[in-house]
Ligand binder design. Structure first.
Ligand code: 6R9
Length: 650
C-alpha cells in the first residue's frame, strides 16, 4: 500500500468546533464504559411529552430485542417543527432548489408547521390512523418532507420509495407494508426530464390489488401539470385537499418504540427487506450525529444532496437537521444540469456551509476537470461530507484540494440503512484525516473485526466488521419478519451485529471500509442484491439462468456484470442484450441497469451445483491470472469459454 498522507486538524477547524480531540476521547470512553448514563444524558436533547425512566434495554443474543427510552413519549414532527416555533419560527427550515436554476423556494418553520398540520388533517380525514402504513413515492419537492412529517404527526408509519424504482418494485413495497394510502406527484423533474410518477403509481396500485392489497387513496401533488390518468373516488389532488382542512393539528403522543418508518433495502438473498426504525432512539441519534459530525452551528446552511428515498435523505436531509432547527437545502436536480458547475453554483447562491454528497458524484465531477469548480467561489463552505461507498484516495484528495481549496475538513461517514445514523466518522475539529478512511467510531459505537470463523482480531488487521453493542439509532426489526432480522444480522457471528462489510484497522486504530463481503453490490452508492438482478433476468422467457457480480467501475464504484445462459435454441445477439437490459430496468428500475452482459453457454458450478461467484468476479475484473483452484468445478472447460468470450475484452 502506498504511503498515507495525514491531514491534521487545522487550527481554524478546531477553533470553530463543538468537539475537540480531548472531548472526543473523554466522551467516547464514557459512552462505552456506561452507555446507560451517557444516553440518559444525551436523550434529553429532544423534547419528551413524558420523560423516559428506562434508557437501554437491548440484547444481541437470542431472543434479539432492542429498546431505547422505552417508557418515554414524544412526537417526531413536534420535535422537528413545533418546538422551534417560539425561538425560530421565522427562520428558514427548508431551502428548495428546483431542477431549473430559476426555481427556488424558502419555507420557514412557521410555514412548515402550517403545511404539515394541514396534511396531517387530510390524512386523518381519509382514515389514516396511528400505526397505518403510508407509501410515499415523490420527487425532491418540499411536499415530500411535508408528507413524511405529517405521517409522524398522526403516528402513521411512512415507507418512502425512491422515485427511480419501477411500478413492480413500488408494488412489492406497497404489498409488503400492506399500505392503503399512497402520496405521489403527477411527474418528477430531473435534469430537464419528466418522470411519470403517477402513471407508475397507477400501475403499481393495480399490481398490488392482484396481491390483495387494495390502495384506498392516492394523493397527488401537481408538480409539472403533465397529463395523467385519474381514478375518481380514489385519487385526490393535494392542493384541493390541503386547502379544505384546518391549519391546526395536535401531534399524537407516541411511545419511543412506536414505529416511525419502514425503508426497504437490498440484502444478499431474497426480496428487499423492510428495515424498521422507531421514534425516540432514532431521533436522538440522527440529531446528535447531525450536530457533531457536521459540526453544525445555529444559522449554518446545510445541504445533503441525497434523495429522500434513501436513508441518507431520511436522517440527514430531514430528521437530523430539522430536529436541530437547522436550515436544510433540498435539491430537485442532478449534479450535471444545466452544467457540471451546478453543485458549486448552488453552494454560492445559498451560501452553503456544510455540503454532504456521495463519492460517485465526486468522481463524475472530478472527471469534468477543475475549471467548472474553480470558476465558483465556495467560500461559504466549512465542512464537506461523503457517504454511500468507499471513497478512493484520489477522489478524496480532489474533493479536499479542489472543492475545499485545501482548507475544509472532509467527514467520510460510514453507516447503513440499518444503523439509522452515522457510526464511523471523523469529527471536524477532533480527528486528523486520512484520505479514504472513515477513521473512528462515533460515541457509543463499538466496532469489532472478526475472521470468517468469528475469532476476534486485535490491533492492525483486516476482517469482517461487526458492532458489539446497540446504539439508539439501530433498526429494531425487519417489518413483519423478526426471524429474518435475527438471521440476517445476528446469526453469522453470535451475539454481534454483522454489517456485511469488510474492513481494515490500521495501527492508529483508524477504520478503512473495504466494501461488502456478501452478495450485495454498491452501484453509485445504491445498494443492490445480485440476487434481485438475477431474478429479474430469469423472469425473461429467453433466459434459463443468470449470475450477477460487481466489477470495479471508474465513476459508479461498482458496475453490474451479468452472465446469462439462454434457453435451448435461443441465440445471443446485441439486440437480445439490449432487450434484457431493458427488461431489468422495467422489473427493478433504471438504477439496476446492467453495465455488461455476457452470454454464457454454461456457468462455473461445483459438483453440488453451486455457482462459483469468486471465479465470475475475477473474470469480470479482468483478473484472469488469479482464477484460483477450478478443479472442484463440475466442468472446468466452462471457465475457458467465459474467459475467451468476456464482454468487451480490453
Ligand atoms: C448510508 C448508506 C450501506 C452500505 C454499507 C457500505 C457502504 C456507506 C460508506 C460505505 C465505505 C463509507 N457505505 N457509507 N462504505 N465508506 N463512508 O449508504 O446506507 O444504502 O444502506 O448502504 O454502503 O458497504 O454497508 P445504505
Amino acid at each position: 500500500m502506498s504511503e498515507v498522507h495525514v491531514h491534521k486538524v487545522q487550527p481554524a477547524w478546531r477553533e470553530r468546533a463543538l468537539i475537540d480531540n480531548e472531548t472526543y476521547q473523554k466522551w467516547y470512553a464514557e459512552s462505552v464504559a456506561d452507555p446507560e448514563r451517557f444516553w440518559a444524558e444525551h436523550g434529553k436533547r429532544i423534547d419528551w411529552f413524558k420523560p423516559y425512566g428506562k434508557v437501554k434495554n437491548t440484547t444481541f443474543d437470542a431472543p434479539v430485542s432492542i429498546k431505547w427510552f422505552e417508557d418515554g413519549e414524544l412526537n417526531v414532527s413536534h420535535n422537528c417543527i413545533d418546538r422551534h416555533l417560539a425561538t425560530r419560527g421565522d427562520h428558514v427550515a427548508i431551502i428548495w432548489e428546483g431542477d431549473d436554476p430559476a426555481e427556488d423556494r424558502k419555507i420557514t418553520y412557521r410555514e412548515l408547521h402550517e403545511q404539515v398540520c394541514r396534511l396531517a388533517n387530510v390524512l386523518k380525514k381519509h382514515g389514516v390512523r396511528r400505526g397505518d402504513r403510508v407509501t410515499i413515492y415523490m420527487p425532491m419537492i418540499p411536499e415530500a418532507a411535508y408528507a413524511m412529517l405529517a405521517c409522524t404527526r398522526v403516528g402513521a408509519v411512512h415507507s418512502v420509495v425512491f422515485g427511480g424504482f419501477s411500478p413492480d418494485s413500488l408494488a412489492g413495497r406497497i404489498v409488503d407494508a400492506e399500505s392503503t394510502f399512497v402520496i405521489t406527484a403527477d411527474e418528477g423533474l430531473r435534469g430537464g426530464k419528466a418522470i411519470p410518477l403517477k402513471e407508475n403509481t397507477d400501475k403499481a396500485v393495480d399490481i398490488a390489488a392482484r396481491h390483495h392489497v387494495m390502495v384506498k387513496n392516492v394523493l397527488v401533488v401537481r408538480r409539472t401539470g403533465g397529463r395523467i390518468g385519474w381514478a375518481d373516488g380514489r385519487d385526490l389532488w393535494y392542493h384541493e385537499e390541503t386547502a379544505a382542512v384546518s391549519a391546526d393539528n395536535e401531534p399524537e403522543r407516541m411511545n419511543a418504540e412506536d414505529p416511525l418508518f419502514i425503508l426497504y433495502t437490498s440484502g444478499s438473498t431474497g426480496k428487499p427487506k423492510g428495515v424498521l426504525h422507531t421514534s425516540g432512539g432514532y431521533l436522538v441519534y440522527a440529531s446528535m450525529t447531525h450536530q457533531y459530525v457536521f459540526d453544525y452551528h445555529d444559522g449554518d446552511i446545510y445541504w445533503c444532496t441525497a434523495d429522500v428515498g434513501w436513508v441518507t435523505g431520511h436522517s440527514y436531509i430531514l430528521y437530523g437537521p430539522l430536529a436541530n432547527g437547522a436550515t436544510t437545502l433540498m435539491f430537485e436536480g442532478v449534479p450535471n444540469y444545466p452544467s457540471v458547475s451546478r453543485f458549486w453554483e448552488v453552494v454560492d447562491k445559498h451560501k452553503v456551509n456544510i455540503f454532504y454528497t456521495a463519492p460517485t458524484a465526486i468522481r463524475a465531477l472530478m472527471g469534468a476537470g477543475d475549471a467548472p469548480v474553480k470558476n465558483t467561489s465556495r467560500r461559504s463552505l466549512r465542512v464537506l461530507g461523503s457517504v454511500g461507498e468507499p471513497i478512493n484516495p484520489e477522489a478524496w484528495e480532489w474533493y479536499f484540494n479542489v472543492v475545499g481549496d485545501g482548507n475544509v475538513p472532509i467527514v467520510d461517514t460510514w453507516w447503513q440503512t440499518e444503523t439509522g445514523g452515522i457510526l464511523i466518522t471523523p469529527l471536524p475539529g477532533a480527528t486528523d484525516l486520512k484520505a479514504g478512511s472513515a477513521t473512528r467510531p462515533f460515541f457509543g459505537v463499538q466496532p469489532q473485526l472478526v475472521d470468517n470463523e468469528g475469532k476476534v482480531l486485535e490491533g492492525a488487521t483486516d476482517g469482517n466488521l461487526c458492532i458489539v453493542d446497540s446504539w439508539p439509532g439501530q433498526m429494531r426489526t425487519v417489518y413483519g419478519d423478526h426471524e429474518r432480522f435475527v438471521q440476517t444480522y445476528f446469526s453469522t457471528y453470535k451475539g454481534k451485529y454483522f454489517t456485511g462489510d469488510g474492513c481494515r484497522r490500521d495501527a492508529d486504530g483508524y477504520y478503512w471500509i473495504t466494501g461488502r463481503v456478501d452478495d450485495v453490490i454498491n452501484v453509485s452508492g445504491h445498494r443492490m442484491g445480485t440476487a434481485e438482478v438475477e431474478s429479474a433476468l430469469v423472469s425473461h422467457p429467453k433466459v434459463s439462468e443468470a449470475a450477477v457480480v460487481g466489477y470495479p467501475h471508474d465513476i459508479k464504484g461498482q458496475g453490474i456484470y451479468c452472465y446469462v445462459t439462454l434457453m435451448a435454441g435461443e441465440q445471443g445477439s446485441d439486440e437480445l442484450r439490449k432487450e434484457l437490459v431493458a427488461h431489468v430496468r422495467k422489473e427493478i428500475g433504471a438504477i439496476a441497469s446492467p453495465d455488461k452482459l455476457q452470454f454464457a453457454p454454461g456457468l462455473p458450478k461445483t459438483r453440488s451445483g453451486k455457482i462459483m461467484r469468486r471465479i465470475l468476479r475475477k473474470i469480470a475484473e479482468d483478473d484472469f491470472g488469479a482464477l484460483g483452484d477450478t478443479s472442484t468445478l463440475a466442468d472446468p472447460a466452462v471457465v475457458d469459454d467465459l474467459v475467451t468470450n468476456r464482454q468487451n475484452k480490453k
